[in-house]
Design a protein around this ligand. Structure first.
Ligand code: NZQ
Ligand code: ZN
Length: 381
């Protein structure tokens, strides 16, 4: 097992009608900016619940944080937050609203442009406290310190580290209004978060392995149930908690990680606007195929323990595990090939060029560079 430090300070408040607890979680003396996406919360009643809970609080609203939040939109919120002397933020929405809010909270106290904080040109010196009301299980942003921000001007998308939310409210009933496509993307995203912290080296931690496999098995078990009924409280609760547990640091303790599938996926979103979860469904089977030698032990373990593949021949077992992974994504209703999105060699050339210029070295062996990324993407054309 590798050495590690673990700390996760986010208070999770989970269950039906829990949005009302906002009233006693936030200090009444704070000036709060509440951030939202495009309006789903007005249709499903979440907005009314938040407003009801925060009666008597001093609040300013910022609307319009779009999927894959852009610096162009967030700059407007940062300007508003500075003008209004905001000292607490409440993000109400999916991962995009949460991530955007992490940047707003980092940039209001800063003299620098928000994008400079994302790319690390200037350090984040102070972050305003913030909390979340999550409406879409997927990213884990409700209980982690990360955020991913896009820049439309240059078609770029980068992750940065802010800090954890003070608390997050997860009411599974708010997921009942999610469109099936967003649910599919959320399940795929959760699945791949676990995979990127699992599918590397064997025998680092049997405990982490089994926690990871537990989440993967749970997702495979609930996916058809959710497809059949998106309003079952217990199934949606399990989905919501799985997504949080997949990326809040709990399955990462002492094990090697490989985030190359995410890094390649971010480029597909930046260049073509494909939803995050679907980019992962495309890239992961390519990553597994191209890196099948270095990941052989873990792919076999995944096959055996998660997909119940009992093939004696190691190569057959690996091939079948990769095929089952793709089949799982397709069973969610997601596309798994670049050509299905009309994407071809031009995009592969561009991503190789970008990764080579950035000198990237992703993967547990630091060998996923521009050239290897080309191979991964050509595998899933
Ligand atoms: O904008 P509104 O109107 O709210 O609609 C949203 C949006 O159109 C809608 N939606 C959300 N909750 C809903 C709902 N519609 C009906 N009912 C509800 N309850 O869903 C659409 C997509 O929302 P978005 O927030 O973009 O989705 P997601 O949560 O998948 O977030 C994706 C972003 O998170 C980043 C991704 O890169 C992407 O930018 N990620 C963040 C991570 C993190 N912070 O740790 C890790 C992830 O790997 C990921 O990269
Ligand atoms: Zn993700």
């Amino acid at each position: 097992m590798r050495s590690f430090t673990f700390q996760n300070p986010t208070k999770l408040i989970f269950g039906k009608d829990k949005i009302s607890s906002l009233a006693h979680e936030i200090d009444k003396n704070k000036k709060i900016m509440i951030t939202f996406g495009g309006g789903s919360v007005k249709k499903n009643g979440v907005y009314d619940q938040v407003k009801q809970a925060l009666q008597g609080f001093s609040t300013v609203e910022f609307w319009g944080i779009e999927p894959n939040p852009s610096i162009e939109t967030l700059r407007k919120a940062i300007t508003l937050g500075k003008a209004e002397n905001i000292d607490f933020l409440l993000a109400v929405g999916g991962g995009s609203v949460l991530d955007g809010t992490k940047l707003i909270a980092s940039a209001i106290p800063s003299q620098y442009d928000g994008w400079d904080l994302v790319i690390g040109k200037h350090p984040i010196e102070k972050i305003l406290p913030f909390a979340t009301v999550l409406t879409l299980p997927a990213t884990g942003s409700e209980m982690n310190a990360g955020a991913v921000i896009s820049k439309h001007e240059t078609q770029e998308k980068f992750a940065f580290t802010a800090t954890h939310p003070q608390f997050s409210i997860l009411d599974p009933t708010v997921t009942f209004s999610l469109p099936p496509y967003q649910i599919a993307c959320g399940i795929a995203d959760t699945f791949v978060h676990v995979i990127e912290q699992y599918l590397t080296k064997t025998n680092e931690s049997p405990l982490m392995d089994r926690w990871a496999e537990g989440i993967l098995q749970t997702l495979i078990e609930i996916a058809p149930k959710i497809k059949a009924d998106t309003h079952d409280y217990d199934t949606m609760s399990t989905f919501m908690l799985s997504a949080t547990m997949a990326l809040n640091g709990f399955v990462a303790m002492g094990v090697t990680q490989d985030w190359c599938t995410h890094m390649i996926g971010h480029e597909l979103t930046a260049l073509h606007g494909i939803a995050h979860g679907e980019t992962l469904a495309i890239v992961l089977p390519g990553t597994m195929t191209v890196l099948k030698e270095q990941k052989a032990g873990k792919i076999r373990q995944l096959g055996e323990r998660v997909f119940n593949i009992k093939q004696a021949d190691p190569q057959d077992a690996i091939t079948q595990t990769i095929a089952q992974t793709e089949t799982f994504f397709r069973s969610l209703g997601l596309k798994t090939r670049l050509s299905e999105h009309g994407i071809g060699q031009d995009t592969i050339n561009e991503i190789e060029k970008r990764f080579t210029a950035r000198n990237v070295c992703f993967g547990e062996n630091q060998n996923v560079n521009g050239a290897l990324t080309r191979k991964i993407l050509e595998q899933v054309l």
